[in-house]
Ligand binder design. Structure first.
Ligand code: PGA
Length: 250
């Protein structure tokens, strides 16, 4: 059984006190849950949010990292630094990093290997743009991103990776994929995992959906057989809406 995993990506929002208050609110109101939950604050607030989530069932995620272990890489953050701050997860290859910061599948792949080597769980994002969807290229784009970003992993390593399918046209737009549209891609991804790895790996890997997930659409999305959780942006910035999505997942 794949454990449902809901993660909040706070992106480059929040002040320090807002981030701490948001984390405290989630911790206080979440209570016991069978759902795996994580929050990904801006890197400069990881330490503060780590203090707020310590000992709770809210895990800590970074939004990005660099693939080198240490050295002269001005402005970058290594996997071991994230571990040191209490991170368990790291989001890699988010579409904003791919499309705004120019990250390639090769960059993402290096980071995935470094994250796993350090003991972090990578949440690897893939997803097509609107033009690609309209050109009928969704499956090939997402496959290519998976093949590139996940190259060279052993079956065991792959089993611990989380994939987030985030159609770019649905991120921050309020335009959510229908449950059927999302399920179609998730099912294709699982078939791809079976082809590239094996059926045990395909059955183990959790595939989150991301893109305008809200409390009122989360239930239908998460009810699909191959959707194992959500990566939530905007709706993760308020305690009520984030907890509403977690409640819908139960
Ligand atoms: P959104 O963002 O929920 O605001 O669409 C999702 C994401 O970018 O992970």
């Amino acid at each position: 059984m794949r454990r449902t995993f809901i993660a909040g990506n706070w992106k480059m929002t929040q002040t320090r006190s807002e981030a701490v208050a948001l984390a405290q609110g989630i911790v206080q109101q979440l209570g016991d849950t069978s759902i795996e939950v994580a929050v990904a604050p801006p890197s400069v607030y990881l330490d503060a949010v780590s203090q707020a989530t310590k000992g709770s069932n809210v895990g800590l995620s970074a939004q990005n990292m660099y693939h080198e272990a240490n050295g002269a890489f001005t402005g970058e953050i290594s996997a071991s630094m994230l571990l040191d701050l209490g991170c368990k997860y790291v989001i890699l290859g988010h579409s904003e990093r791919r499309h705004i910061l120019g990250e390639t599948d090769t960059d993402v792949n290096r980071k995935v290997h470094a994250a796993i080597a350090a003991g972090l769980v990578p949440i690897v994002c893939v997803g097509e743009t609107l033009d690609e969807r309209e050109a009928g290229q969704t499956q090939s784009v997402v496959q290519q991103q998976c093949d590139g970003s996940l190259a060279g992993l052993t079956n065991e390593q792959m089993s611990g990776v989380v994939i987030a399918y985030e159609p770019v046209w649905a991120i921050g737009t309020g335009k959510v994929a229908t449950p059927e549209q999302a399920e179609e891609v998730h099912a294709d991804l699982r078939k791809l995992l079976e082809t590239r790895y094996n059926s045990d790996v395909a059955a183990a890997v959790r595939i989150q959906y991301g893109g305008s997930v809200k409390p009122d659409n989360a239930g239908d999305l998460l009810g699909q057989p191959n959707i194992d959780g959500a990566l939530v942006g905007g709706a993760s910035l308020k305690v009520d809406s984030f907890l509403g999505i977690i409640a819908a997942a139960k």
